[in-house]
Design a protein around this ligand. Structure first.
Ligand code: SF4
Ligand code: SF4
Ligand code: FES
Length: 225
């Protein structure tokens, strides 16, 4: 495959034709934060956290879905890029519940890690939280969509990896939400023993129902939380 030469942060590097800016950066040890991107899934470009500056481009570009072109000059951590990333993360945090300290997924939460890396403190934007009741009717999955950042990784993982179409986006703007069918509870039969979407969740919005043992009745002892 033809090689394409580009410059990232002042260093000349190259990648194969068709590679994205993010892939070439990662191959060369340059860390660009991502949230909606997962190497196992098709690029989607939902979160914009991976933006970089490309000389000659009027706007910042999403590195996870922009292919490299010959001679591109890219800046992954310029002041303009860092400020844009901060604004995006701060807006996400402005609608996120203040429960990080007691969230049992906090150590796995990618939003929390990105916010820490960007040294984000008190949000500059008006807080407008989105609260949904926790959905725990399924014996396998607990959904706490107040913590959802709409990265759509669960939807794509269910479709692309599990080859099912259980999840989709519904509603618009601030009310956008990942739903099952017409905003119903998860069908336990469809999702039986599957945790693909949980393993792709970027925050603590999806988690497994823990099964610690068997009761005398022979039924699994379910511990929620
Ligand atoms: S548990 Fe499996 S089938 Fe059900 S929504 Fe998640 S990925 Fe899809
Ligand atoms: S539930 Fe998790 S994986 Fe799905 S869109 Fe929300 S944050 Fe992303
Ligand atoms: S990681 Fe590139 S747009 Fe989300």
């Amino acid at each position: 495959m033809a090689q394409v030469s580009i410059t990232i942060n002042g260093s000349q590097v190259s990648g194969s034709e068709g590679m994205t800016i993010l892939e070439v950066a990662q191959e060369n040890g340059i860390d660009i934060p991502t949230l909606c991107h997962k190497a196992e899934l098709l690029p989607h470009g939902a979160c914009r956290i991976c933006v970089v500056e490309v000389e000659g481009s009027r706007t910042l570009v999403g590195s996870c879905h922009t292919p490299i072109t010959q001679g591109m000059v890219i800046h992954t951590h310029s002041p303009k890029v860092l400020e844009a990333r901060k604004v995006i993360v701060e807006l996400l945090l402005a609608s996120h519940p203040d429960s990080c300290l007691v969230c049992d997924q906090a150590n796995l939460c990618e939003l929390r890690k990105i916010a820490a890396d960007l040294e984000i403190g008190v949000p500059r934007f008006r807080l407008r939280k989105r609260y949904y009741p926790i959905e725990d009717a399924s014996p396998y999955i607990i959904r706490d969509l107040s913590k959802c950042v709409l990265c759509r990784r669960c939807i794509r993982a269910c479709r692309e990896i599990k080859k099912k179409n259980v999840l989709s986006m519904a509603y618009r703007g601030f009310n956008s939400k990942v739903v099952v069918n017409f905003d119903e509870q998860i069908d336990p039969e469809v999702c039986r023993d599957c945790d693909v979407c949980i393993s792709f969740c970027s925050t603590g919005a999806l988690r497994k129902v823990k099964k610690l043992g068997e009761e005398k009745t022979g039924k699994p002892l379910i511990i929620r939380g």
